[in-house]
Design a binder for this molecule. Structure first.
Ligand code: TXA
Ligand code: MG
Length: 361
């Protein structure tokens, strides 16, 4: 156990005692929070890229009006220039500043779910540089609920372009430590706002098409979106990923393999430990390097190198999922054995992430 003085010393410092190159700022007291807002805003004004907490996943943020700063995000992440980034705002007025027009359905969806884990794709406004939208005519806008993001965007006075703060194709970070481990040597400042409360990326809804189209499922379900979209103007329910009136790759969140841990993912059901072991043996999984993530039928400790229990309700499951994947990778799992999740609407965003992570590259 760490001696008590160690945690006291940590609390007295504004920075974490982590050695990775990046400065990590805590926010867990009002004074630290305010200092972190000031420091992050100062860097962002200078055109720097800063790692920020959001309620979905951590983001790699830059001034959305500044094309050079946005280009830096792409370089740091190793992201393809064809993949647009989401712009984060802290008011309805700021959202409109980013858009050429504000469809009525965007108004209704914004009123229903903002601030929160919903991104609306609308026609791009003239102030948004091409870099943000990958040259396209639309821009994804989100008003996040995380108090640090709200305070930071207000302090800056400009919107923040931010993809998830991971290297391209890696699992999104839901804790500052994930970012530090994944790209701490590439960024100057990481703000630690605690573990992300939603845990998976926002629902992306394209409102430039009729009916609106869910490009990426998230914890705001397609059914919840449909409830709002269908409630006005007789538009009908939104179409869902892959079924929209869209060509391929309208949202690279639709790529088959995305959000994947380094370990191979095995997904299945089991009645008990014997049943699980038999299936893993059949599939040639090395049990000595397999980590099991279970939420319903918890196998005994002999089934694999490590057994993790993850909550069985979808919200808590989503909150925990990426941290479990990060942990398995960190511990050198060769296979992550996931218990399949229920086929129910409230699980569909999670099922989507599991399917993508297990898809072969
Ligand atoms: O929850 C989130 O959305 C997080 C946090 C940081 O806000 N951000 C995030 O960003 O997940 P990223 O870049 O990892 O994923 C953004 C997704 C990508 O699939 C991208 O293609 C899509 O949103 N996207 C962004 N702008 C778009 C646009 N104009 N049209 C279609 N898809 C867009
Ligand atoms: Mg991402």
């Amino acid at each position: 156990m760490a001696p008590i003085w160690l945690s006291l010393v940590t609390d007295l410092n504004t920075t974490h005692p982590l050695n990775s190159g990046a400065e990590v700022l805590s926010t867990h007291t009002p004074a630290l929070f305010a200092a972190a807002v000031d420091r992050a805003a100062e860097r962002l004004r200078q055109g720097d890229v800063v790692v920020v907490p959001t309620e979905t996943v951590y983001g790699l943020a830059a001034n959305a009006w500044n094309s050079e700063a946005v280009r830096r995000i792409f370089t740091l992440k190793g992201r393809s220039a064809e993949n647009p980034v989401i712009v984060h705002v802290a008011s309805g007025a700021m959202a409109r500043e980013c858009a050429a027009e504000w469809p009525e359905v965007a108004d209704r969806l914004g009123s229903a779910f903002w601030p929160g884990p919903l991104t609306l794709v609308v026609p791009k406004g003239p102030r948004i540089p091409e870099e943000v939208t990958a040259g396209g005519p639309t821009v994804g806008i989100r008003w996040p609920s995380h108090p640090f993001m709200q305070a930071l965007i207000r302090a800056c006075g400009f919107p923040l372009a931010a993809p998830s703060a991971n290297l391209s194709n890696a699992v999104s970070p839901t804790q500052a430590e994930h970012v530090r481990a994944g790209m701490g040597d590439r960024v100057g400042l990481i703000v630690d706002g605690g573990a992300s409360n939603v845990g998976i990326e926002s629902t992306v809804v394209d409102v430039t098409v009729t009916p609106a189209c869910v490009l990426r499922p998230g914890m705001i379900s397609a059914a919840a979106v449909a409830g709002i979209v269908g409630a006005g103007s007789g538009e009908g329910a939104p179409s869902v990923v892959g079924k929209g009136p869209l060509g391929p790759l309208r949202s690279p969140g639709q790529l088959a393999r995305h959000y994947a841990p380094k370990a191979r993912l095995w997904i299945g059901h089991w009645r008990d430990e014997r049943h699980l072991r038999a299936q893993l043996r059949r599939d040639g999984v090395d049990l000595s390097k397999a980590h099991v993530i279970a939420h319903q039928v918890i196998p005994g400790m002999d089934a694999a190198a490590r057994i993790c229990v993850i909550p069985a309700d979808p919200e808590a499951y989503a909150r925990a999922l990426y941290a479990e994947w990060h942990r398995c990778d960190e511990l050198g799992a060769s296979t992550i054995v996931m218990e399949a999740v229920p086929r129910a609407p409230e699980w569909s965003a999670i099922a989507d992430r599991l399917a993508r992570a297990s898809a072969r590259a």
